[in-house]
Design a protein around this ligand. Structure first.
Ligand SMILES: Nc1nc2c(ncn2[C@@H]2O[C@H](COP(=O)(O)OP(=O)(O)OP(=O)(O)O)[C@@H](O)[C@H]2O)c(=O)[nH]1
Ligand SMILES: [Mg+2]
Length: 372
């Protein structure tokens, strides 16, 4: 039996990521990559079969198409691109939501409550996570199953951890392509969660329409502890855990953020970043978040900002794929791998300038290009 095939129709079955020595683009070393081909290749489903399954809402085929996208093998890459080509006309219909926040802010609990609220409204919800720290066997969502128990068992929801074991660029490509599959399968909201550390929140911002920053009420200066830059990416700031003894501090935090955001550039042209309070435990304030998202969609679609952002994202995505691919080829070169530590050493010891070291590396790359 296909080991990647879910045993049940429940999204509780969270599938493992696909291992590979690459960060997302097709593997160039066919020997190492093809030998690890998952069993899906043995199944002779055509791209058309996948596309039809996805469009008809078949969860098993959707899951298998995602596995195809996550694969690092060259043949899977080609097939996955054919699947995407076949469904592309049916994509773009969802609202793409990014969620970030410090560890423990309650992102997963929020997604559980918010997602369940949406499925209660009859919407279909997909959840993914871009987690730079996760291992090959699963993203943070795996450990989070208990926090998303209701949503994971909900037939209107589909939870999928983003494949890991690679650079952010590769993970980003797979996440974006998976998003397209969800859209073709009729999901109304696609949620991408990421921990607000490093680059990942910028990557997620670049693939979503609406970006939500989840914060917790804390003592003292509310702006401490999170990077100001993250606030600038957000279309809404949610002060979560506004329940019990936290209610007053949550209101205080809300006022502080409302004041603070007047001094920063809004993340989306024509949209004033909103600050809200909610409790993901009691669901108090959760409907208001959806209301805000809907206002955002209406106003940015009317102004044209919504579509302009999507177009820019597509264009930037092309650049990002090219850059990732070139970087990957560069660092995969044996000559570069040999030279790099030597030059690093020389630069660190002040024996060579950075510009000269870079020039040597680029010259080595150019003179060893196989495509000349
Ligand atoms: N009182 C209260 N506790 C909450 C709320 N939301 C989450 N929590 C608790 O906060 C803790 C962390 O919640 P998570 O949902 O795991 O937080 P997270 O942001 O996903 O954390 P990471 O995945 O580690 O980044 C858990 O113990 C939750 O039960 C809330 O609205 N109110
Ligand atoms: Mg979490």
């Amino acid at each position: 039996m296909d080991s990647h095939q879910p045993k049940t129709q429940s999204a509780l079955h969270v599938m493992p990521g696909v291992e590979g020595g690459h960060d997302g683009l097709p593997c160039q070393n066919t020997q190492t990559c093809e030998s690890k081909l998952p069993e899906i290749q043995r199944l002779s489903l055509t791209p058309q079969d996948y596309a039809e399954g996805i469009l008809s809402g078949d969860r098993t085929l959707l899951a298998r198409a995602i596995t195809l996208i996550e694969s690092n093998s060259a043949s899977h890459f080609i097939k996955a691109q054919d699947v995407i080509k076949a469904i592309l006309q049916k994509t773009g219909g969802s609202i793409r939501l990014g969620i970030t926040g410090v560890p423990g802010a309650g992102k997963s609990t929020f997604i559980e409550t918010f997602g369940t609220y949406l499925t209660g409204l009859g919407k279909k919800v997909a959840v993914m996570a871009v987690d730079p720290s996760s291992t090959v066997t699963g993203g943070s969502i795996l450990g989070d199953k208990t926090r998303m128990e209701r949503l994971a068992a909900d037939p209107r929801a589909f939870i999928r951890p983003t494949p890991s074991g690679g650079a952010l660029g590769g993970v980003a490509r797979k996440t974006r392509e998976t998003m397209l599959l969800f859209e073709a399968a009729g999901y109304d909201a696609v949620i991408v969660e990421t921990v607000g550390v490093g680059q990942s929140e910028i990557t997620v911002r670049s693939m979503v329409d609406f970006f939500l920053l989840v914060l917790v009420p804390g003592a003292g200066d509310e702006l401490q502890g999170i990077k100001k830059g993250v606030v600038e990416l957000a279309d809404a700031i949610l002060i979560n855990k506004a329940d019990g003894a936290n209610i007053v501090s949550a209101q205080t935090a809300r006022l502080e953020y409302e004041r603070a955001i007047h001094y920063i550039q809004p993340a989306t042209e024509g949209w004033q970043t909103v600050v809200l309070t909610a409790s993901s435990l009691t669901a108090e304030g959760i409907p208001q978040i959806w209301d805000s998202i809907q206002s955002f969609v209406t106003s940015t679609k009317t102004s044209g900002a919504f579509n302009r952002r999507r177009q820019t994202q597509e264009r930037d995505w092309v650049r990002a794929i090219v850059e990732d691919h070139l970087l990957d080829r560069f660092y995969a070169k044996q000559e570069i791998q040999q030279l790099l530590p030597v030059l690093d050493n020389a630069v660190m010891n002040g024996k060579m300038s950075a510009a000269i070291a870079a020039q040597k590396l680029l010259e080595t790359f150019e003179s060893n290009r196989s495509d000349k």
